[in-house]
Design a binder for this molecule. Structure first.
Ligand code: ATP
Ligand code: MG
Length: 441
């Protein structure tokens, strides 16, 4: 498997060449070599070098000491930024997260030996045009096998993140775990439990970029990772929804069909309320959203991600019979907001598709929702033809003001054509006097 040199940017070559001319060696390494060999777009070019950080700094005019202690500097070169890391061996890991110490080595093979998977342990020197592949990474890449570098159990015991990366690579690289590598996952679960939740969130988001992220989640379920991460989701594996099909299977299918990270996360988690409600009840959606709130917080999803996922989960279980009616469509838009409506319908659609139900009804609904939005119906109090001043002018005050406006909104949602001052002012006066007599009675 030759390295497609032509796809290595000139600037990457130049940085390696500068180091080479100063008497050092330099390689591109890790994910970028792997993706280059797979014919994929490479975004991050990671370089490693035999030069010590101070020596690397001395070779370039513009250098940022990104992580000097770990041997990493960022070289700014012709408008590009490259992370250049001094060859490292690694000391003992006692916490399952970080090596206790980092030391520099001269041999690229030692540096490659500390990396997680053979396909990530390939280096290429673009100046000498030489590949370093001591663990057979190219062969594994060809065979589609994800294999730990060295003794899997030892490598996974060092760093609990590795098994999760492994699950994620099964999806993003579309590879299979080597049996020995897979067998070592179970023994690493206690170390995995020490991985920070931020890192777990990052890996999930990376998994969502795969063509079929379900591949990662099947590995997580089968190896016990998921039970340690999201018991709510794991529990769906015990909920049968058809012959030989569980709610977990359906959730994975829905996720694969969804587009974008938030939609995929929502599709993956949409059914977690199922075990808590009666069969056939649509209440599972809001129950699920309530359950997920704390989990999403815990796993450090951003406020926006959390709000959007919860909104999708809460509102996706549509009653399609009711939504045939225009008033119901406007009430739906009042609940979910026109801005979010297409995403909610998209989730409803993938959930139906995953259940092998006809998605055409959702497409029809989407058309009706679009048409309704285009007519710009009044959906909130601010859209009313009358305002708070008008209500105060009737002598109403306090909380009653809001109640009156809500009552008027309720009316115009059913009769949008009534949203004019001519219709609403008399109505307002009438309601205000009813309220006033109620209050004095
Ligand atoms: P991607 O960038 O596509 O997520 P990657 O393999 O490039 O995948 P990075 O996190 O960018 O992942 O790491 C770059 C390289 O560093 C990896 O290819 C691997 O060689 C090494 N590496 C990263 N994380 C670990 C780890 N936890 N244990 C061992 N080696 C690792
Ligand atoms: Mg990378």
């Amino acid at each position: 498997m030759p390295v497609p040199e032509a796809r290595i940017p000139r600037e990457v070559f130049e940085v390696c060449d500068v180091l080479r001319r100063a008497g050092h060696r330099a390689w591109i390494v890790g994910g970028c070599v792997r993706d280059l060999l797979r014919g994929l777009e490479v975004s991050d070019w990671d370089l490693c070098t035999s030069a010590k950080p101070e020596q690397t700094k001395a070779c370039f005019k513009k250098v940022i000491p990104t992580g000097i202690a770990h041997g990493t500097v960022t070289v700014l070169w012709k408008g590009h930024a490259f992370e250049v890391t001094t060859l490292r061996g690694e000391g003992a890991y006692t916490d399952g997260r970080r090596p206790d110490e980092v030391f520099f080595v001269d041999d690229i093979r030692e540096d490659l030996a500390r990396r997680d998977f053979t396909v990530n342990a390939i280096a290429y020197d673009p100046v000498l045009r030489r590949v370093e592949d001591p663990f057979g990474g190219r062969e594994d890449l060809d065979a589609g096998l994800l294999r730990a570098v060295g003794v899997p159990a030892e490598r996974f015991a060092e760093d609990g993140l590795r098994i999760l990366r492994g699950a994620r690579f099964v999806a993003t690289l579309e590879m299979e775990l080597h049996p020995d590598t897979r067998d070592a996952f179970a023994g690493a679960l206690d170390v995995y439990a020490k991985v920070s939740r931020e890192r777990i969130r990052e890996e999930w988001l990376k998994a969502f970029k795969a063509r079929r992220p379900s591949r990662a989640f099947v590995v997580m379920r089968d190896t016990g990772i998921l039970a340690r991460t999201c018991p709510l989701l794991q529990a769906l594996d015990a909920i049968a929804v058809g012959p030989g099909v569980t709610a977990f299977d359906r959730s994975l299918r829905a996720m694969d069909l969804a587009e974008g990270p938030v939609a995929r996360l929502a599709a993956l988690l949409h059914a977690v309320g199922l075990p808590r409600v009666d069969e056939g009840s649509r209440a599972y959606a809001s129950v699920g959203a309530d359950l997920l709130e704390a989990w999403l917080r815990d796993f450090r999803f951003s406020n926006d991600e959390r709000r959007d996922v919860l909104h999708l989960v809460r509102h996706h279980a549509l009653d399609l019979d009711v939504l045939r009616d225009d008033v119901a469509v406007r009430r739906f838009l009042q609940r979910v907001d026109p801005k979010h409506a297409p995403a909610v319908l998209a989730l409803a659609k993938v959930v139906r598709l995953a259940a092998a139900e006809d998605p055409a009804t959702i497409d029809e609904l989407l058309e009706r929702v679009r048409a309704a939005i285009a007519r710009r119906p009044p959906l909130r109090v601010g859209d009313l033809a009358v305002n708070g001043q008008d209500v105060l002018a009737t002598g109403t005050s306090g909380r009653a003001v809001g109640r009156l406006l809500d009552a008027l909104l309720d009316h115009v949602i059913e009769h949008p054509e009534d949203n004019t001052r001519d219709v609403l002012l008399p109505r307002l006066n009438e309601l205000a006097s009813v309220l006033a007599t109620e209050a004095s009675a």
